[in-house]
Design a protein around this ligand. Structure first.
Ligand code: PLP
Length: 391
């Protein structure tokens, strides 16, 4: 009998939770547009509003601050705009300041003109340089310019947690608006938009086990509004036109309820992550764990074994029944060196070996131990093939 596969790529896409899947299937079988007035339409509307309350609860927001859309990328593109309003009055932003380790959904700058996007460096652990951010914001406000700051709550490749509350405090002191891409942090880290002091944060359903096809933009209580990316009808209170994906949004809401409960299991998940790190170090004592000097998400381990190329390792692990990923960006099918590891000042030879293992609340100890056996075979075979350091 074929061995069960080990799915250790939750940061790319978490398996859909059983309750979210049931809700999705249930609603796919029902007609109803959330904007229709008949009973079917009202039922669809009720499903959307239930999900809205769940998403709001996950991040300490008000339900009316939640706008549903298609996913984390659309959510980021919607908020990265120079055109904002404050209590309905236009409020233009002159610059976008992003950290050097943002996901491409943010790093590309959304609707800001190219020359108006600036990158704030990070330290060797991938944590944003707060002094550099403060200096830049001070210079901009002295020049009469207002900025949008966008720094992720936690990094998708390394799991490194950014000091979002400090970033928001600094931003506010200089009249900036602050967004955080919380796609990877949601459900893995307690998040409260008001305590963090954020103006807006963005989420994706498929990273928290809600299935693909839904995301959310969550605004705080301070009266700011962004100029919609998708225009047309008045859905989502005129913030995002187009018929809502009721089934996907409802599944997102169910996953958010469970993700909130999963927060209590962080130390259990971190212990499994640490066991994975020790397994790798037993086999390759020279393995390097990225971001180890900073606070990290409990589920993410980014590492490299000197002499082991990530792309070959990903294929070898796949053949051995383990799904993990390389630290590189490969959404277009073309592999490029990880800008995240590069921004952290990692040696280019190690960047080429960057691997990521990411697990979740449903990962069990037996899977971690099964990984030990398979990883030993994979790394030993790679050593034999290339005469590398993997023991
Ligand atoms: N932001 C981060 C940090 C991510 O990891 C991802 C997906 O990998 C996204 C944004 C994009 O989310 P989506 O896949 O829902 O478009």
């Amino acid at each position: 009998m074929a061995e069960a596969r080990l799915y250790f790529d939750w940061n790319a896409g978490a398996p859909i939770k059983a309750a979210a899947r049931s809700r999705l299937v249930e609603l796919l079988g029902r007609p109803g547009n959330g904007s229709s007035v008949h009973a079917e339409g009202r039922a669809a509307r009720a499903a959307l509003e239930t999900a809205r309350r769940s998403i709001a609860r996950l991040v300490g927001a008000e339900a009316k601050g939640v706008t549903f859309c298609s996913g984390g990328t659309e959510a980021a593109n919607a908020v990265l705009t120079p055109e904002w309003t404050l209590f309905g009055k236009p409020c233009r932003l002159d610059r976008l300041l992003v950290s050097a380790v943002e996901h491409p959904a943010v790093a590309r700058g959304g609707r800001f003109p190219e020359g108006c996007v600036e990158v704030i460096p990070v330290d060797r652990n991938g944590v944003v340089d707060l002094a550099a951010l403060e200096r830049r914001l001070a210079a901009l406000s002295a020049a009469g310019m207002r900025a949008l700051v966008s720094v992720m709550a936690a990094n998708n490749e390394t799991g490194v947690i950014e000091p979002v509350a400090d970033i928001a405090r600094i931003g506010r002191a200089h009249g900036a608006l602050v967004h955080s891409d919380a796609v990877q942090a949601a459900g893995r880290l307690p998040l409260d938009i008001e305590t963090l002091g954020l103006d807006v944060l963005t989420l994706s359903a498929h990273k928290i086990g809600g299935g693909q096809g839904a995301g959310a933009i969550v605004r705080g209580r301070n009266g700011f509004g962004f100029s919609p990316l998708v225009t047309g009808g008045g859905q989502e209170s005129w913030m995002r036109a187009g018929t809502e994906n009721v089934a996907a949004v409802a599944a997102f809401g169910v996953a958010a309820d469970e993700a909130l409960a999963d927060l209590g299991r962080a130390s259990e998940i971190a212990a499994r992550r640490d066991r994975l790190a020790s397994i790798i170090r037993e086999m390759a004592p020279d393995a390097v764990v990225f971001g180890e000097g900073a606070a990290r998400l409990p589920n993410t381990l980014a590492f490299a074994v000197p002499g082991v190329a990530a792309e070959t390792a990903v294929i070898a692990f796949d053949l051995a029944g383990v799904a993990l990923s390389s630290g590189s960006a490969c959404s277009s099918g073309k592999v490029t060196a990880s800008p995240v590891l590069t921004a952290m000042g990692v040696d280019p030879a190690l960047v080429r070996g960057g691997l990521r293992v990411s697990i979740g609340p449903e990962t069990i100890d037996d899977e971690i131990e099964a990984f030990a056996l398979r990883a030993r075979n994979v790394l030993a075979a790679m050593k034999k093939q290339h005469g590398t350091a993997a023991a």
